[in-house]
Write a protein that binds this ligand. Structure first.
Ligand SMILES: [Mg+2]
Length: 372
């Protein structure tokens, strides 16, 4: 089988309600922007994958063609090696690896997780918020999630003053003693044109200490820069709260470094952003052999979410991140390019069981939105 062509679609979806991401203070998001790639083959099968976020604003169709056309999509390991210079000189290549798996799964007539030895059982999910909000709004959010069956919620804690976010966590803890809480500081990477003073080591430690008091905290995520292996390790030594990170690290070697330096309790590669699906499996194996937790990041568009669901299902991961912060970030706005959004049931999410990524794209909408 040979890849014969690459198509690129630049999608801008108008969200029904705006969204104020914690990692981009002062910004009101009204569009969900995604770069979709479709790899065509001479077998009549095509594989899809997306680059979301900032990569969604780039145009690298020519580069994609240069690296992929003429190659056998089934030879994933060697193709990932071949894509390494793309990672060096251009955009990260991981989403292309996901499209290769989509082709391989469609060719075999099986979902990706099954090819990788995983199970289609529902994966317990934590509801992942994206905004910083006040106590009343968040208590209402948690009430809704708990009534839907969620047993864990992730809050955001970004910016110069974490006190209001810790107060939110404290008040939720009082009302819901058994709910597992995660806290994401989003200090691992920065957003262009947005000025946020990164936390010092002492800032991060004081947040960790407060979370210890709040109790039943699943983890503190990205309290320091994603490359601050040594600082994260020191922090981990000084607190009982598990330290998590890795969503925007690049390739399995960064995760080897986390492990080598004792930086993290919870490894969180994202199949689309950080490692691909095969690389994510390797990180899961490393986590397992070192007694660490593996909990992939999934905050992405619908295809990215689904790619990570296959990785989660293939690795028996304990928690699936379920990005949800209505009215802005809903299954519909998150998964707009899918025919049907992926919806959690009883606080758990099942990987799609169709061939490949297992989802149908809404091609009519894609053609309509394409701004390429
Ligand atoms: Mg995060």
């Amino acid at each position: 089988m040979e890849i014969t062509d690459v198509n690129q679609y630049h999608l801008q979806y108008d969200m029904a309600d705006s969204f104020q991401p914690a990692w981009k203070p002062g910004f009101e998001q009204t569009e969900h922007e995604v770069l979709l790639f479709e790899l065509e083959t001479d077998a009549g099968i095509s594989g899809v994958a997306t680059a979301s976020g900032f990569a969604g604003r780039m145009d690298y169709l020519e580069l994609a063609e240069m690296f992929l056309v003429g190659e056998d999509p089934r030879e994933i390991e060697s193709l990932v090696e071949k894509l390494d210079p793309l990672n060096l000189w251009g955009p990260r290549p991981w989403h292309f690896e996901v499209a290769l798996w989509d082709i391989v799964g469609k060719d075999a007539g099986k979902p990706i997780y099954e090819l990788l030895g995983g199970s289609g059982d529902p994966i317990p999910a934590y509801a992942s918020t994206g905004e910083r909000q006040g106590v009343d709004e968040r208590l209402a959010y948690v009430e809704d999630r708990v009534s839907e069956g969620f047993e864990a919620v992730k809050l955001r804690c970004h910016g110069d003053d974490p006190a209001p976010d810790l107060e939110v966590a404290r008040r939720i803890r009082e009302a819901y003693p058994d709910l597992t809480l995660m806290m994401d500081a989003n200090m691992g990477w920065s957003v262009p044109m947005v000025d946020v003073e990164p936390w010092s080591f002492d800032d991060a430690l004081s947040v960790a200490r407060e979370l210890e008091e709040i109790g039943n905290v699943g983890w503190l995520e990205e309290p320091l820069d994603r490359r601050n292996y040594e600082g994260l390790a020191r922090l981990r030594e000084k607190t009982d709260v598990p330290i998590a990170g890795g969503e925007f690290n690049n390739g399995v070697h960064h995760f080897r470094e986390f492990i080598k330096q004792g930086s993290l309790d919870v490894l969180q590669p994202d199949a689309v952003l950080a490692t691909g699906i095969s690389g994510g499996k390797k990180v899961a194996a490393m986590a397992d052999t070192h007694g660490l937790e593996f909990a992939p990041h999934t905050w992405n568009d619908g295809l990215g979410f689904v790619a990570n669901l296959h990785l989660l299902a293939a690795t028996g991961a304990r928690w699936c991140e379920y990005p949800l912060d209505p009215p802005g970030w809903t299954p519909e706005s998150r998964d707009f390019l899918l025919e049907k959004p992926v919806v959690a049931e009883d606080g758990a999410v099942s990987p799609p069981d169709g061939p490949g990524l297992g989802v149908d794209l809404d091609w009519d909408l894609i053609e309509e939105l394409d701004a390429s």
